[in-house]
Design a protein around this ligand. Structure first.
Ligand code: FES
Ligand code: FES
Length: 864
């Protein structure tokens, strides 16, 4: 029996080999201690052991006899107040999964150094990865907390109007900072059992047989589930139903993440023991590990329909002729890598029977209605029988759009008739969910003697891996945005997405544009050189202005501020010799004629205004966005407004959190619904009632808002098709020192009407951190279809790697766009320009024109 102290109370643990994290989470139910990797690499499990920040996933309980452990739950009331206030005030909380660990590292620092320098703070949180914020606001929060704790000043009581443009505190900041907000893995349900899938041993192999007779003899085994047990359609997939929930005997696996069987056990610990007893007889087959191989004549078919998932073309004008007649022409081949989302919260879901013939799922995905549809198909149920509720989501970035754990948890719960939890280990997460597409791009760009772009021609081949996921639309966005935010009319882009036996690729912040932007922007620097002008100048001369026509044929609307973004970073560009620049754009919404709807119900309940929408908050602050939209419309204080979490029984389908769409689509749906309530409130108050009385009179009433703008499909014969309802624009300047160290990133953003300045800045900073990783450090090596990365080797940016940042929000004076008060969304655009800006800076520093990411032979990464 090991005795030690946790948060001031003496505790005893009899399982000496148990990891501290398991004891704290499972036995003591301390939910601030998060399990991000289980491997000492992420810092989400940070606790103090005798005052020293320590990763709780490392030590076994046997090493802790007599020690004093402190988690966020054990902070003093004053400390809790200070940290919650400072993290909210600084805008330091997004998905929140890293934040309690950050608080512990901060406390470890401030207890011994009450007046730290910014550098001290950076160092103190070096062991804590944050994938959302870029660390800037977290460091500000810790410095602010240090001051409050030093001075003993009373905590301010901020008063908010909740109106647009105000730094209204995120409504979830407090619970995320203190670790009381619940993510799926924080939930424990009476009678809950556990499940885990056995994955294919080979990327491509025929399953000849599955023998689980020994597995079912294990005392903790409740059931082994195979494809034969699936009651409905075994094929999943939001857009293309090609993803087998389980590979059946006789079937061929398509990647090493394919599930072959699912073990359901009474304890978590028994899962691997039971899986080890399942015998699978494979006939190993040669995998196809590149699109060139899979598209080659005679290649074996990965899916019945062949290996070409999608062919996309964007053709306007006559690019060949324009290129032939141009003064300067650049052609380059670019290789862009697979990247891993590395959201901090590994996938987790809990499913359980509900009522006589229904199912309830607690999830942390990007769309509860997609999950409802997939699961009802798998189980052969009417969708209304599948009730889906979202817990907090610890980051997604596109990587939680597809089924990962949800469908398996639902299947297991349906079969064993018990609550079932499935949680991915970090290694499973790295192996299984769809990644950013690797792309090979041949890119030709031409200009005249003045540096005016005349044409772009490109061929893009993307590796969509084993399953379609969102590979078609991702490729489409890579093509539609390849010409950049510039004004020229001859464009010829052909894209192909091919299935391979690599892990699937799907949505990832930037959605294909990250890749084609890198090619376009890098080529532009060479054209500038040939034309004898600077990289800033060539962008300025070509930047799209309102009323001009984008290469995809859409007329730029009045809000378009690409020019203003470039002007805003000009000084930063001219400041030092080693600066690189990039200017880009990104759509809001699915666009190109795809039905896309934002929905919201505003209801009056217990005297408060409830906003009900299924739009998932994956860190971007959806609840805060809808509250600010409602406050702006209703002119009521934010404490009278409640944003409900997504729940298929309460909140209407507002589509997936993808394509930077939610601020515009669900934002506008909220505005529409709130305007209807406003009209009723105005009627009541006009007759002399107070707001409270008016709300009481409307108790129980619901007001529905739906926003469903039309866009034109790809290949539309309209002369100027409207591909997307809105575009945001940005310019970034990267600055290197003589040693090649990235010292400053200046970013100017046109995001339309600002909803919450701090949130927007924090998203941009986080996007920049991700873009730096994409350009310089992140890698997801694959060998023969086998992923080789671990969380600690992904190359994720740490606090000490982050350069100084300056965020400039620019806006053109114009009549606001018609939706969501003119907001445009910023999620994806935050990442897109960073890698090409850094590329340009390195080109100036060492004259080496790099064509692969992550860039090699830099301060950050030596040549392999
Ligand atoms: S869970 Fe302990 S360091 Fe990641
Ligand atoms: S807020 Fe840090 S990982 Fe999401």
């Amino acid at each position: 029996m090991i005795t030690f102290t946790v948060n001031g109370s003496q505790v005893e643990c009899s399982s000496e080999n148990k990891k501290l994290i398991a004891y704290l989470r499972d036995d003591l139910r301390l939910t601030s201690v998060k399990e991000g990797c289980g491997d000492g690499a992420c810092g989400t499990c940070m606790v103090l052991v005798d005052g020293k920040p320590t990763r709780a996933c490392i030590p076994a309980v046997s090493k802790l006899a007599g020690k004093n452990i402190v988690t966020v739950e054990g902070l003093s009331g004053r400390e809790k107040e200070v940290y919650s206030y400072c993290f909210a005030s600084a805008g330091a909380v997004q998905c929140g999964f890293c934040i309690p660990g950050m608080v512990i590292s901060a406390k470890g620092l401030l207890d011994s150094n009450p007046e730290p320098s910014p550098g001290d703070v950076k160092k103190a949180i070096r062991g804590n990865i944050c994938r959302c914020t870029g660390y800037v606001k977290i460091e500000e929060a810790i410095l602010m907390a240090a001051k409050f704790l030093r001075d003993g000043a009373p905590m301010p009581k901020p008063e908010f109007t909740g109106r647009l443009g105000e730094d209204f505190f995120r409504v979830d900041a407090g619970e995320k900072t203190l670790g009381t907000g619940l993510y799926a893995d924080d939930m424990v349900v009476d009678g809950m059992v556990y499940a885990k899938a056995l994955r294919s041993k080979y990327p491509r192999a025929r399953i000849l047989g599955i023998d689980f007779s020994e597995a079912e003899k294990h005392p903790e085994c409740i059931k082994v589930i195979t494809a034969a047990n699936v009651p409905g359609n075994i094929k999943c997939g939001h857009l293309v139903k090609d993803w087998d929930a389980l590979i059946a005997v006789g079937g061929i696996t398509r990647y090493v993440g394919d599930a072959v069987a699912i073990a359901v056990t009474g304890t978590k610990q028994a899962l691997d023991e039971v899986l080890a007893l399942i015998q699978v007889d494979y006939e190993e087959l040669v995998p196809l590990t590149s699109p060139r191989e899979s598209l080659a004549e005679g290649a074996p078919k990965i899916h019945d329909g062949g290996n070409l998932l999608s062919l996309q073309t964007l053709k306007r004008g006559n690019a060949d002729e324009a290129i032939a007649g141009s003064k300067h022409v650049v052609t380059k081949h670019y290789s862009l890598p697979v990247t891993e989302h590395a959201f901090m919260e590994p996938e987790c879901a809990i499913a359980m029977p509900e009522g006589e013939d229904g199912l309830l799922l607690y999830t942390g995905g990007q769309s509860i209605y997609d999950e409802q549809r997939e699961i009802s198909g798998l189980l052969g149920l009417h969708p209304e029988k599948v009730h889906v509720r979202s817990m907090l989501v610890g980051g997604g970035f596109g990587g939680k759009e597809d089924m990962s754990v949800q469908h398996h948890a639902a299947l297991a719960a349906w079969i064993v008739k018990k609550p079932v939890k499935i949680k991915f280990s970090r290694q499973e997460s790295i192996m299984i969910h769809p990644k950013r597409h690797a792309m090979e791009i041949d890119f030709t760009t031409a200009c005249d003697e003045n540096g005016k772009i005349t044409a772009v021609k490109a061929e893009i081949i993307s590796d969509t891996g084993a399953y379609a996921s969102l590979g078609g639309p991702v490729l489409q966005r890579a093509c539609t945005h390849a010409g950049g935010p510039y004004n020229f009319q001859h464009v010829d882009i052909v894209g192909r997405a091919a299935y391979t036996n690599n892990p699937p690729a799907g949505a990832f912040r930037g959605f294909g544009v990250t890749q084609s932007a890198f090619a376009m922007e890098s080529n532009l620097n060479l054209l500038a050189e040939m034309a004898g002008i600077s990289p800033w100048e060539i962008r300025y001369r070509n930047a799209i202005r309102p009323g001009q026509v984008l290469p995809n044929g859409q007329i730029a609307d009045d809000s378009t501020a690409a020019e203003e973004c470039l002007l805003a970073v000009k000084e930063a560009y001219d400041r030092s010799p080693y600066t690189g620049i990039s200017c880009f754009f990104k759509n809001a919404g699915l666009g190109v004629g795809v039905p896309d709807t934002g929905r919201c119900i505003v209801s009056v309940e217990n005297g408060k205004v409830h906003i009900r929408t299924s739009a998932a908050c994956i860190g971007q602050g959806m609840a805060t966005v809808t509250i600010q939209m409602a406050c702006e419309t209703l002119e009521v204080p934010p404490d009278m407004v409640v944003a409900e979490p997504p729940d298929t029984a309460r909140t209407p389908n507002s589509g997936t959190t993808t394509a930077s769409r939610q601020t515009v689509f669900t934002g506008e749906a909220t505005v529409i619904a709130a305007k209807k309530l406003r009209a009723e409130l105005d009627n009541q108050t006009a007759s002399g009632q107070t707001l409270e009385e008016a709300l009481a009179a409307l108790e129980g009433q619901e007001f529905y808002g739906e926003f469903k703008p039309e866009t034109d499909p790809m290949g539309s014969d309209k002369p100027f098709p409207v591909s997307h309802v809105a575009y945001g624009y940005a310019a970034q300047v990267a600055e290197l020192d003589d040693a090649g160290r990235l010292v400053r990133l200046t970013a100017a953003y046109d995001v339309g009407t600002l909803v919450n300045p701090k949130s927007a800045e924090s998203q941009i900073e986080g996007g920049i951190a991700m873009g730096i990783g994409y350009g310089l450090t992140e890698d997801y090596p694959l060998e023969g279809g086998y992923p080789k990365a671990k969380y600690g080797t992904l190359g994720l940016l740490r606090s000490t790697d982050m350069p100084e940042t300056e965020i400039i929000i620019v806006k053109r004076e114009h009549d606001p766009l018609p939706a969501a008060y003119g907001s445009k969304g910023v999620g994806e655009l935050a990442t897109i320009p960073t890698a090409p800006a850094i590329h340009g800076a390195y080109y100036k520093l060492d004259s080496v024109f790099r064509t692969k990411l992550p860039m090699e032979n830099t301060y950050y990464r030596k040549k392999k």
